[in-house]
Design a binder for this molecule. Structure first.
Ligand SMILES: *Cc1c(COP(=O)(O)O)cnc(C)c1O
Length: 442
């Protein structure tokens, strides 16, 4: 490819190709706006444009043939941002492809977002966004804790390029957030406010509405207000849609609930066209787009997203109620159990429509007890990750958060008696039977 520079333009780079989208998309029937779970079956793909194939074929090709030379030029003007309006056609598989574009159209529907992009992993989505938005000398404000690899990327890797950060605890009040953002402003150009809610493994929720108010107040006179991005992997897109609370960009590890079968790794970003455009230009440059096969698998997954997440959420209620009443359990960190009248409960009521299916279990005892419990499980698998059809359990202190310094672990409640569980879509009574027999081994 000849041009990998990043033109500075507000061009619409949606990459729309009239060859796959139905001429008249069915978004409503009889005045009724169709829901995402209905639209996942056919939106953005016309079978008659692909030999009548009900499902989109997988387009395994590295490049696309232009109708003529003038069309090639026009497409490149779109891809490189020389012409506003975006790519009209398919060019080269590092930029776009039919499977990826159908997936992007469908992913955006869940968040009611103008635009969406898909990536080879959750981390490549985050890395591409950071590369697109942040430059040397800038300050990133973020909630804490973050997914470990995200903390490494912001703290250690961007640190090598002269980017600094300031963080606030996920549960912080509006006044605390305001004080911190004000400090960041004194330190340098704030180019991004990055959130993760609920935080892993504490499940602490960030008040996105408060963050948006603080940003709008403190940067009221600035032309380039820092965008608010939020990692919505744990509750999204079904139980939390943070664009409604004032976020500009939503990040997903599609590896988790969206993929949902523990058989692929992928990432996504949704948001306004304006917020997405620079990220698309960066993705075009470095090639962090997902591959056609994973995109196809994700299309399959999105058809059952609501079914899977709803069932997992219902199972989690049953399982958590069982644990709460068990004598060998110290406590259960589950969003469904937030006390009325607390600030966390207030944030939950304003931001979330469901408590998810990933929670923290504190056993009476320490590592010996949590390991005995994990080793005795017969249905739940001992593995990290979440959001799959199968129930997974792990010990964060000894696994995902092993390298976190002890003091920080204490502060975050990552104790030796903590077991992290992601409930799947199995039969809830079978799961409870498994947990009951495993607790007998403790
Ligand atoms: C898994 C995860 C990521 C990283 O996603 P990958 O697909 O593994 O790259 C980022 N954020 C959260 C909250 C995650 O759970």
């Amino acid at each position: 490819m000849t041009d990998s520079s990043i033109p500075e333009t507000e061009a619409d780079m949606s990459g729309a190709t009239p060859r796959r989208r139905p001429k008249t998309p069915v978004l409503e029937v009889g005045g009724r706006r169709l829901s995402p779970s209905t639209l996942m079956m056919g939106h953005a793909f016309d079978p008659m444009l692909s030999e009548g194939s009900l499902k989109p074929p997988i387009f395994l090709t590295s490049t696309f043939v232009f109708e003529n030379a003038a069309a090639g030029k026009r497409h490149f003007e779109g891809v490189t941002g020389k012409r506003p309006g975006g790519a009209e056609g398919l060019v080269y598989s590092r930029f776009n492809g039919p499977n990826q574009e159908i997936l992007e159209d469908r992913l955006g529907i869940w968040d009611d977002a103008e635009d969406a992009l898909v990536f080879s992993s959750g981390m490549s989505a985050i890395a591409t966004m950071l590369l697109a938005l942040v430059k040397p000398g800038d300050v990133i404000v973020h909630s804490a804790p973050l997914y470990a690899a995200t903390e490494t990327l912001i703290g250690r890797i961007l640190g090598r390029f002269g980017v600094t950060f300031l963080d606030f605890p996920a549960g912080a009040t509006e006044a605390e957030i305001e004080a911190l953002v004000d400090r960041a402003r004194a330190q340098g150009h704030v180019s991004l406010i990055y959130l993760e809610s609920p935080a892993n493994p504490t499940n602490a929720l960030v008040d996105v509405e408060a963050v948006a108010r603080v940003r709008d107040r403190l940067f009221a006179n600035d032309e380039d207000k820092p965008p608010i991005a939020i990692d919505n992997t744990f509750l999204g897109p079904l139980w939390q849609q943070p664009l409604k609370q004032g976020a500009d960009l939503i990040i997903y590890s599609l590896t988790k609930y969206a993929g949902g079968h523990s058989d692929l790794v992928a990432g996504g970003v949704t948001g306004s066209k304006k917020a997405i455009n620079p990220i698309r230009m960066m993705r075009n440059t470095i090639g962090t787009i997902t591959d056609p096969h994973s995109a196809w698998m994700l299309l399959r997954s999105l058809e059952t997203l609501e079914l899977r997440m709803s069932r997992a959420g219902e199972n989690a209620v049953r399982v958590c109620e069982f644990f709460r009443d068990h004598p060998k359990i110290e406590s259960v960190g589950y969003l469904g159990f937030l006390e009325p009248g607390t600030r966390q409960r207030d944030i939950y009521d304003r931001h979330c429509t469901g408590a998810g299916s990933t929670f923290s279990l504190y056993l009476n005892g320490g590592e010996r007890e949590s390991f005995a419990f994990l080793d005795a499980l017969k249905i739940a698998k001992l593995a990290v990750s979440l959001g799959g059809t199968e129930t997974l359990a792990s010990a964060p202190a000894a696994m995902t958060h092993l390298s976190v310094p002890d003091a920080r672990k204490q502060e975050l409640g990552i104790t030796d008696n903590l077991v992290r569980i992601s409930v799947g879509v199995e039969n809830a009574d079978d799961l409870i039977a498994d947990f009951e027999q495993a607790l007998k081994a403790v």
